[in-house]
Design a protein. Structure first.
Length: 370
């Protein structure tokens, strides 16, 4: 069974303004002092952020428990520091320019990207699915790219920015379009082609190294995985685990020949969306989430969201049933359709009660077990 890992980026917010609070160094120091969390807690780009880079998992139940456990530790640190811990794609308000974590690499990024950094106050959810080698990874990546708009529609969680409703489910995904590499990756012939083309990008447009490749899916720089990076950080752990189940099932459908599902999850040559359609569909998904039509990743056309989710379950059924995740995905899809994405829920809270209602939503969801 394919192993997987999950990275969650969290932000500390001032309790009144909900602007980023630059307290992450203190929180990280305490987390890193605990042997349970030392290998998993990481500093991030902004001085208000901390990251959980999970252990390697084989079961979604194991992942759910681990994610909630780490969130509880972050929430405890936030309470001690007098701030709010939030898992959102971007903070609902922000100062004109963020405070950057003081490391040479991060400072070089600021020097290179300059004004872009003003709005790069974002938190993402990254899912890693294990692969055997880079050729296998490229085969999976060439399929995953078609599914990125749907994954974005499922995970938008950043509608409020600088105190205003942006009208988008994922303002984070809009902001990321300013970077040198962004959106859906191109298709690659094999691992050697991938490595050769990435090497040519280094040094161009602020791309100091491969870790700054900002495509919404890529081969990991550090571990043998396909890394899906399209999702906003999620209000609750369950929706992060839902995305992990989808990503693993999709990668397994491509690389595990015993499932006989590779053809089912790939569009035909006639239906295959080109890069222009994929990137337009990413913006469409960032705007509308599940409230409108979404790009069907196999048909290559816009269809009603409930229909696409039903087809997704059908197409991924062999992998989901083999891993025991079919019920989890069915329940998660139904919950998203009934309750709305994190973006829809944030927008509802902000409309009804402004910043105080958002704070209540963040506090109620951050450590929710289910």
């Amino acid at each position: 069974m394919t192993t997987f890992g999950i990275e969650e980026e969290f932000v500390f917010l001032d309790r009144e303004t909900l602007r980023p609070a630059d307290v992450a160094d203190r929180a990280f120091a305490r987390l890193a002092a605990d042997p349970r969390w030392r290998p998993l807690a990481h500093r991030e780009f902004l001085a208000a952020q901390v990251e959980h880079a999970s252990a390697v998992f084989t079961s979604m139940a194991e992942a759910q428990a681990a994610l909630v456990g780490f969130r509880r530790e972050v929430a405890a640190e936030a309470e001690q520091l007098g701030v709010v811990a939030a898992s959102v794609g971007c903070p609902p308000d922000a100062l004109p320019f963020p405070t950057i974590t003081d490391t040479p690499r991060y400072q070089r990024i600021v020097d290179d990207m300059q004004g872009v950094i003003a709005d790069h106050q974002i938190q993402g959810l990254h899912v890693h699915a294990g692969i055997e080698d880079r050729d296998q990874g490229v085969r999976a990546l060439n399929v995953v790219r078609n599914w990125l708009p749907l994954m974005s529609a499922l995970t938008g969680n950043s509608p409020i920015w600088r105190g205003h409703d942006t009208g988008y489910e994922s303002w984070r995904n809009v902001g990321q379009r300013r970077w040198t590499t962004t959106g859906c990756p191109p298709e690659f012939r094999d691992g050697a082609d991938y490595d050769r083309r990435l090497e040519r990008l280094v040094g161009v447009g602020g791309m100091k190294d491969r870790a700054i490749i900002m495509w919404n899916a890529r081969l990991s720089v550090h571990v043998p995985t396909v890394e899906v990076r399209v999702a906003d950080a999620q209000l609750e752990a369950w929706s992060a685990v839902l995305l992990a189940a989808l990503c693993r099932a999709l990668v397994e459908s491509v690389v595990d020949v015993s499932l006989g599902a590779a053809d089912a999850v790939m569009p035909s040559d006639e239906a295959a969306p080109g890069p222009e359609l994929l990137n337009a569909a990413l913006l469409h998904a960032a705007h509308s989430g599940l409230d409108s039509l979404v790009l069907d990743p196999v048909l290559g056309e816009l269809r009603p969201a409930p229909e696409v989710l039903d087809r997704t379950r059908e197409l991924l059924a062999p992998a989901l049933e083999a891993s025991g995740d079919a019920a989890l995905v069915a329940t998660g899809f139904q919950r998203l359709l009934e309750e709305g994405t994190g973006g829809a829920r944030q927008r509802g809270a902000f409309s009804s009660g402004g910043m105080p209602a958002l704070r209540e939503l963040y506090e109620a969801t951050f450590t929710a077990e289910d």
